[in-house]
Design a protein around this ligand. Structure first.
Ligand SMILES: [Cu+2]
Length: 137
């Protein structure tokens, strides 16, 4: 009885250890990477600046978010972000999402007048990592 106590204590500890049963990080939705990259380039060719409301396909890559669009206040957007070359992340509106090649994460944005939205990579991705931010207004 007494001998079983440390084992029982270990089992209880293991069960409640922080992170023990934590689900996998949400990586987003799987896409065909080549097709998504083509979609981004097609979009970037059409809208280099003022983006119309709706979906904006975007790439995270060393060391930028591409394309550098401009959002119009009063409109609603859905950024679709995929990493192109390595694992990155995006921090936006106080939330962080992991960006992995082949997986798309969505961010809803409805900027109000005067808002500056900043996308920032928070996953070390190389020497230019600190430059990897995009301010969109
Ligand atoms: Cu980075």
């Amino acid at each position: 009885m007494i001998r079983a106590l440390p084992i029982a204590a270990f089992a209880v500890l293991a069960m409640f250890w922080p992170g023990w049963t934590e689900p996998e990080a949400d990586m987003g939705e799987a896409v065909e990477a080549t097709a998504f990259i083509a979609r981004v380039h097609a979009y970037a060719g059409l809208y280099s600046e003022d983006a119309p409301a709706g979906e904006i396909p975007m790439l995270a890559r060393r060391f930028e978010f591409y394309p550098a669009v401009r959002l119009q206040s009063g409109q609603s957007y859905r950024l679709l972000l995929m990493a192109e070359d390595a694992v990155h992340s995006v921090v936006v509106n106080g939330r962080e999402m992991l960006l992995v090649p082949g997986m798309v994460q969505a961010v809803e944005l409805s900027p109000r007048p005067g808002d500056v939205v900043e996308l920032r990579c928070n996953e070390y991705c190389g020497l230019g990592h600190n430059r990897m931010r995009l301010r969109i207004h």
